[in-house]
Design a protein around this ligand. Structure first.
Ligand code: URA
Length: 255
């Protein structure tokens, strides 16, 4: 039922034979008026101001049964990280969460206040919307893997600085290489920029598949941006449908 809210926001109410009760909708509503977990820059803003390091070579395939342990090794190596300045304001490091052998992975920007408190990615308002987006694709959150460009909360939820992204993304690349998702969704300009290693406006990256490190990379809007500008949800849904097509997931049945 979590997908109802996202579909309704898209104006796709005809998918439902039975009307959705007010009670159900109330449960699914993400209140747009409250402060957002993450301040996301203008979606076409290009965050890094310095050259980005080249990504590491793609690691060899880890058997699915060994991926949880391989991720734990990366987590252990990160430890109580002090590699960049973000550690000074951190409560909990947010490593990543989900199925270590997921076919679909999402990459966001960095933890917000809720994530910093809980040590888990996308558990605040933007996370509620991401959960609804995942449900709209016919998947459960536990079936996907979710991580961020940086693992510690930037002060005031600002965009990660180039040094911070450059310090943290090697671990993200290793997580991606372990999970080996078939489809990777970059949520917003920061994720797209750090994954693709180039500064391009989001508009030019959305709506198509980028073959990338053995995965099909799809770029879409960050959920926090969608909370600020819900009119873009239709565009985001179009991007997610590309991901579904790549995964062989059926589009939702029309009523
Ligand atoms: N925004 C992000 O980019 N990541 C999170 O984990 C939460 C909010």
């Amino acid at each position: 039922m979590a997908r109802v809210r996202f579909y309704r926001d898209l104006g796709l109410t005809e998918f439902y034979r039975r009307p959705v009760s007010a009670e159900q909708l109330a449960q699914l509503t993400v209140e747009p008026d409250e402060p957002q977990a993450t301040v996301v820059q203008e979606e076409n803003a290009i965050p890094p101001r310095k050259p980005m390091p080249a990504p590491p070579q793609v690691a060899s395939l880890v058997p699915a049964a060994e991926r949880a342990a391989a991720l734990q090794l990366i987590r252990d190596e990160i430890g109580e990280c002090t590699r960049c300045a973000l550690h000074t304001g951190r409560n909990k490091l947010v490593f990543g969460d989900g199925d270590p052998a997921a076919r679909l992975m999402f990459v966001g920007e960095g933890p917000g206040a809720d994530e910093d408190a809980q040590g888990l990615p996308f558990v605040g308002k933007a996370g509620q919307l991401l959960n609804n987006m995942i449900a709209a694709m016919g998947l459960r959150r536990e079936e996907v893997y979710i991580a961020n460009v940086v693992k510690c909360r930037p002060p005031g939820n600002r965009v990660p600085e180039p040094e911070e992204g450059a310090t943290c993304t090697p671990f993200l690349f290793r997580q991606i290489d372990v999970v080996r998702p078939q489809v990777l969704v970059a949520l917003g300009a920061t994720a797209a920029t750090w994954l693709l290693g180039s500064r391009q406006p989001l508009a030019g990256l959305r709506g198509r598949v980028h073959p990338w490190r053995g995965a099909q990379l799809i770029v879409t809007y960050h959920p926090a941006y969608l909370l600020r500008d819900p009119r873009q949800k239709k565009e985001a849904w179009a991007d997610l449908q590309i991901a579904m097509r790549e995964l062989g997931l059926k589009p939702p049945a029309r009523g």
